[in-house]
Design a protein around this ligand. Structure first.
Ligand code: PAF
Length: 277
């Protein structure tokens, strides 16, 4: 496994690499969700590049950025074990050198939900993803369904800017009690960790209601909110929303949709979603 911290090293590697190349972009603190992306990329591709970069421009609070879990040595050991071809672990100056002023501005649905709760978040995501795509020139990029809005934003980005990459979306990986794997889970205290299970319980119960025939937007949202807020350790529900599963537009109470929610336990923010079809 090759490890690069500079774009020049990565560029030399990519110029020689066998195709198809699969890119798995991450912010590190790797967990089973990342592993599922990496393993799918290993099945599909001759060369698998994993990037580890905690991207400051997608955080709307410097405290959140500072507190984001970092575990580069552990991550490298995991990636070596998975036999990935190359890891790109740049520092800030290799990504945002002095004088850097460019940012991709995502509008429309990118400014709702996560975009509203975290202003500028998707501009930061779009900018770093574009840079990582330009540097690794992959045939395929692997993303997790847990970040459903991120997937939709990146699909829009590559379509709008004609970036030649295929996006492969892998299912959300969950703990036995349903909590979606997330790098942020390690920040939860024991009682918060237990309480966090309410998020998926509420989404799954609402999906059951939908499948039993209730397609009323307000009843589904209100019911989901009641379950989430029955848990006293949930400090805030940022949003609960149902959107069209295809394009993230307003759901017209017909056809498949995505139910999404974001909650806060103390300073820790968790998101999750389920497909309702
Ligand atoms: O999902 C993430 O970990 C990040 O948003 C990504 C795609 C690596 C961009 O920094």
């Amino acid at each position: 496994m090759q490890v690069y911290s500079l774009k020049s090293g990565l560029a030399a590697f990519i110029s020689q690499a066998r195709r198809p190349i699969g890119l798995v972009p991450t912010m590190g603190a790797l967990h089973k969700g990342h592993l599922s992306l990496i393993r799918q990329a290993m099945v599909d591709c001759e060369t698998v590049v994993v990037t580890i970069f905690v991207n400051s421009t997608q955080f709307s609070s410097s405290q959140d950025y500072d507190n984001y879990p970092r575990a580069v040595e552990d991550d490298l050991a995991i990636l070596k074990n998975e036999k990935v071809s190359a890891v790109y672990v740049p520092d800030d100056s290799d990504i945002y050198p002095l004088g850097f002023v460019t940012s991709i501005n995502m509008k429309g649905f990118a400014q709702a939900l996560e975009g509203e709760a975290r202003p500028g978040h998707f501009d930061g995501v779009a900018t770093i993803v574009t840079k990582l795509l330009n540097r690794s020139m992959p045939d395929q990029m692997y993303l997790g369904q847990k970040d459903a809005q991120q997937v939709a934003v990146i699909r829009r980005l590559v379509s709008d800017l004609d970036i030649p990459v295929r996006i492969v979306v892998c299912p959300t990986i969950r703990e036995d009690d349903g909590l979606a794997f997330s790098s942020r889970n390690v920040q939860l205290g024991a009682s918060q960790r237990q309480a966090a299970t309410i998020l998926y319980k509420a989404l799954a119960a609402t999906r059951d209601r939908y499948r039993a025939g209730n397609h009323n937007y307000h009843e589904l949202i209100d019911g989901c909110r009641r379950i989430i807020e029955s848990e006293k350790l949930i400090d805030k529900t940022d949003y609960i929303e149902i959107v069209d599963a295809e394009n993230f537009t307003k759901w017209d109470e017909k056809g498949p949709c995505l139910l999404l929610a974001a909650v806060k336990l103390g300073d820790i923010r968790l998101i999750d979603n389920v497909l309702m079809d």
